[in-house]
Design a protein around this ligand. Structure first.
Ligand SMILES: Cc1ncc(COP(=O)(O)O)c(C=O)c1O
Length: 396
C-alpha cells in the first residue's frame, strides 16, 4: 500500500470530535446526548445576515477577490474602529473561518522546526495547524489554581530560543474562559518587542466578556504594529459557525503580503458567506447585550452547580463560553467514553471534551474536561446532575 506521510500520521485527532462515534451509537440506542463538547452556540443567527442571503440577486456565484470583497473589508475596518482598533481594509485578509487565518499565519511566519510559544491549555486545533506547518508548539503552563492567568513573564523568557517565531494567545480563552488584562497584554508586548517575535492573538471571542470586564486587543497596544497579528471569525460572534468566514489582521505589510500568497493559492473565501457576514456587521448592539446576558446566566448556573459536586474544581471564566473542570478521576478520556457507552439517567447522558488534547505537555489535563456552555440553562443543570451521579458510581 502507498504510505502515508509522517506529518499525516502525526496529525492529532480533535478532542472535541473524536468521541462522536460513541455519541452516535448512544443516539441509535435511543439516548439523548447533551452536547457540552463543542462550541456550537444555540443562539439564532442575526436576521439581517439570513435575509441578506435570501434576498440577494446573484446570477453567478463567482469567486470573490482573494483577500475578500472590498465592501466587506471596508465594513470590517469600520467595525474594528468601533472597537478602538485602528486598521484599514488593506490590513485585512478575509479567510475561510478563523481556522484558515491560523493556517495562513503559521505558514507565513514559521519554517519547519520553528517554534511558537502558547500558554496551555489552548484551543486544541492549534496543535493540528502547527503539525500541518511543521511547527513545534512550545507550551507554557497556565494553572487552574490561578484561574489560568498569564504565566509569569520569566516562564516565557526561559522558553525563547533562536527558533522561536511567535507567542500565540487566545483572548478571551478557549478552553479556559480567561480574559487577559491590559497589563498582561503590555507584558507580552514588551517580550515580543525585546526578542523580535510576532504576537498572535486569536480574538474570535472578543465580544464575550463578562462582569463588566473589557477586552483589550493587541492591536490597541501602541508600538506593536510590526509584531501583532489578529485571528478573527464570525463563527461565534454572530452564531454563524457554518458560514466559514474569518479574517487575519495585521499592520505588518510584509506579513499581509505573504499571507495573501497563501490566500491566492486557495483563490477566494466563500461568496455567499461573505454576503451574510457583511450584513451581520449591521446587527444591532442589543443582540450582543441579550446574548451576553444569556451566557452570563448560563455560566453562573454551570459554575455554581459544578462547585457543588464533590471533588470537582472549576475556574470561573471571564469570557468566551467554555470552562475547564477538574474531576476526581484519573483519565477523562475513559470517563467521557464511559458516559456515552455505559451511563444514562432516564435515557439521557452527556458528551464532554477530555481536556488532555488541549495541552501540549504530555500528562497534563488528564483529569480535566472542557465544557462548552452553549446550551439552555435547563440542559446545563441536567448535564451537571448527570456528571455528578456518574462520578458517584464511576470506577477508574
Ligand atoms: C479559539 C478559537 N479559534 C479559532 C476557531 C476557529 O473558528 P472558525 O474556523 O469557525 O472561525 C475556534 C473555533 O471553535 C476557536 O474556538
Amino acid at each position: 500500500m502507498p504510505s502515508i506521510s509522517t506529518k499525516g500520521l502525526a496529525m492529532p485527532e480533535s478532542p472535541i470530535r473524536k468521541l462522536v462515534p460513541y455519541a452516535e451509537n448512544a443516539k441509535k440506542r435511543g439516548i439523548n446526548v447533551i452536547h457540552l463538547n463543542i462550541g456550537q452556540p444555540d443562539i439564532k443567527t442575526p436576521q439581517v445576515a439570513l435575509d441578506a442571503v435570501k434576498n440577494n440577486t446573484l446570477d453567478v456565484i463567482a469567486y470573490s477577490r482573494t483577500e475578500g470583497s472590498e465592501t466587506y473589508r471596508e465594513k470590517i475596518a469600520a467595525y474594528y474602529k468601533k472597537q478602538n482598533i485602528n486598521v484599514t481594509a488593506q490590513e485585512i485578509i478575509v479567510t475561510t473561518g478563523g481556522s484558515e487565518a491560523l493556517a495562513f499565519v503559521m505558514g507565513s511566519i514559521a519554517d519547519a522546526d520553528d517554534e511558537i510559544i502558547i500558554p496551555e491549555p489552548f484551543y486544541a486545533n492549534y496543535n493540528g495547524f502547527a503539525t500541518a506547518a511543521g511547527v513545534h508548539v512550545v507550551p507554557v503552563v497556565s494553572k487552574i489554581e490561578n484561574n489560568f492567568a498569564l504565566p509569569p513573564i520569566e516562564e516565557f523568557e526561559k522558553l525563547i530560543t533562536s527558533k522561536t517565531k511567535a507567542i500565540l494567545i487566545c483572548n478571551p480563552g478557549n478552553p479556559t474562559g480567561y480574559l487577559y488584562s491590559k497589563e498582561e497584554i503590555k507584558k507580552l508586548a514588551a517580550i515580543v518587542k525585546k526578542h523580535n517575535l510576532f504576537l498572535i492573538a486569536d480574538e474570535v471571542y472578543r465580544e464575550f466578556t463578562y462582569d463588566g470586564k473589557e477586552h483589550y486587543s493587541i492591536l490597541q497596544e501602541e508600538g506593536l504594529e510590526e509584531n501583532a497579528i489578529i485571528v478573527d471569525s464570525v463563527s461565534k460572534r454572530y452564531s454563524m459557525c457554518g458560514a466559514r468566514i474569518g479574517c487575519l489582521v495585521s499592520k505588518n505589510k510584509e506579513l499581509v503580503k505573504t499571507a495573501l500568497k497563501f490566500a491566492q493559492a486557495r483563490l477566494s473565501p466563500p461568496t455567499y458567506a461573505q454576503i451574510a457576514s457583511e450584513a451581520a456587521l449591521d446587527t444591532p448592539n442589543s443582540y450582543f447585550t441579550d446574548v451576553i446576558e444569556e451566557y452570563v446566566e448560563r455560566r453562573n448556573i454551570l459554575i455554581t452547580e459544578l462547585e457543588q459536586v464533590n471533588g470537582v474544581r472549576v475556574a470561573k471564566p471571564q469570557g468566551a463560553f467554555y470552562c475547564i473542570a477538574e474531576l476526581p478521576i484519573k483519565d477523562a478520556d475513559k470517563f467521557a467514553q464511559w458516559l456515552l457507552e455505559d451511563f444514562n439517567i432516564d435515557n439521557e447522558t452527556v458528551m464532554v471534551a477530555p481536556a488532555a488534547g488541549f495541552y501540549a505537555t504530555k500528562g497534563l489535563g488528564k483529569n480535566q474536561i472542557r465544557i462548552a456552555y452553549v446550551l439552555d440553562k435547563e440542559s446545563l443543570k441536567r448535564a451537571v446532575h448527570i456528571i455528578k451521579e456518574a462520578l458517584a458510581v464511576y470506577q477508574d
